[in-house]
Design a protein around this ligand. Structure first.
Ligand code: MUC
Ligand code: MG
Length: 376
């Protein structure tokens, strides 16, 4: 239906601040609300599409803030696409690349919205436009980030009991390393030896701290260490990777394909975290996966605490990858007090279900969006 006229008529951006169930801490920030920019595209055929750009505590995890994303969409990226066919994904990405360098979260949200609108027009899931889904469900990790080990053992135990998650990522770096290690000991003791624990330091340690504290992480059978040192210290990260028996996960250190290639060549880690906020588009995220793979890196489906809208976009691409060794951490829909869609993504038997409806397969909850929209 309406496939003839997929010209892009309008692109609008709305800032939304959605409350989280608990405080979520990282090395350099903490959040009680998730800041998103929702991008809506309208095509000439009357079909609308939605995409989401996620941030964490302002322009801290990456350089983009909700304000900068909205400005980039409204003033530069949106105008570059008006009148273009929604299905011209590659050409539209080129146009966005000419209109603005980087601004990956903004570009990723627009492309997601175009995939949603195109999929709805064609009656196909976004994954079909990305090469076709190979997987219907993906193992899903939960993050522990309150910093209170008693509360975290309780939270994780509940997830285990409900058979929602059996792998946990523990956020490090907002305490002294010694305090974080105590917390990790308590988690290992409280959750048992079977549970897979991953540690994300979010660049919080120096190389010296890694040398000192990695043996303890090995002792506690940590499965993966994410971005222990500064994203800019590739040499240090490579030396750390060479010293420890635990694989390192490259996160903030590599956004673009070139950065992934460099990190891979230098041996900065052996797993890569895929994120829309780093790739700037779902097609580009698949290219990132290929480059990482070609450098011998395994793949991890990263997140930035997206709602079901952003999670659905990531899942559409993840589902098309032959292999995602470490599964995904798209627990974002469940950390929100209220999700932004009327049909939240389902979590079953330790897995997240890839939506299979047209487009992103989620339906926006307009009341929630009105309630959480920033009034400015
Ligand atoms: C990150 O650095 O991986 C995603 C989940 C979480 O707890 O932190 C983020 C970002
Ligand atoms: Mg990380």
């Amino acid at each position: 239906a309406h496939t003839k006229d997929t010209a892009i008529r309008s692109i609008r951006a709305t800032i939304v601040e959605a409350p989280t169930r608990r405080r979520h801490k990282l090395s350099n920030t903490e959040v009680t609300h998730q800041g998103y920019v929702l991008v809506r595209v309208l095509l000439d055929n009357g079909v609308t599409g939605i995409g989401e750009a996620s941030t964490l505590g302002g322009p801290r995890w990456a350089e983009e803030s909700v304000e900068s994303i909205k400005a980039a969409v409204t003033n530069y990226l949106g105008p570059a696409l008006l009148g273009q066919p929604a299905l011209a994904f590659e050409a539209n990405a080129l146009r966005m690349g000419k209109a603005a360098t980087r601004n990956f979260a903004a570009k990723g949200a627009i492309e997601s919205a175009l995939l949603d609108a195109a999929g709805k027009t064609l009656g196909l899931p976004a994954s079909a436009l990305l090469g076709g889904a190979i997987h219907e469900r993906i193992e899903v990790i939960w993050a522990l980030a309150s910093g209170d080990s008693g509360q975290e053992v309780e939270e994780a135990s509940e997830k285990l009991r409900r058979r929602e998650h059996r792998q946990f990522k523990i956020k490090f770096g907002f305490n002294r390393p010694q305090a974080d290690l105590k917390r990790l000991q308590a988690l290992r003791a409280g959750l048992g030896d079977e549970v897979r624990l991953i540690v994300d330091v979010n660049q919080g340690w120096t190389e010296a701290e890694c040398i000192r504290f990695m043996p303890e992480l090995e002792e506690l059978d940590v499965a993966l260490i994410e971005q222990p040192v500064s994203a800019l210290q590739l040499d240090a990260m490579a030396r750390v990777a060479a010293r420890t028996s635990i694989p390192l996960l490259v996160d903030e250190a590599a956004f673009t394909k070139e950065e992934i290639a460099r990190a891979g060549t230098m041996g900065c880690g052996s797993v890569y975290s895929l994120k829309l906020v780093k790739s700037g588009g779902l097609f580009e995220m698949k290219c990132a996966a290929a480059v990482a793979r070609a450098h011998g890196l395994e793949l991890y489906g990263g997140c930035l605490l997206e709602s079901s809208i952003g999670a659905a976009a990531h899942l559409a691409a993840f589902a098309t990858l032959p292999k995602l060794e470490w599964g995904t951490e798209h627990f974002g829909p469940r950390i929100l007090m209220e999700d932004l869609v009327v049909n939240p993504i389902r979590f079953e038997e330790f897995e997240i279900c890839v939506p299979d409806g047209p487009g992103l397969g989620v339906e926006v909850d307009e009341d929630k969006i009105r309630a959480f929209a920033r009034k400015d």
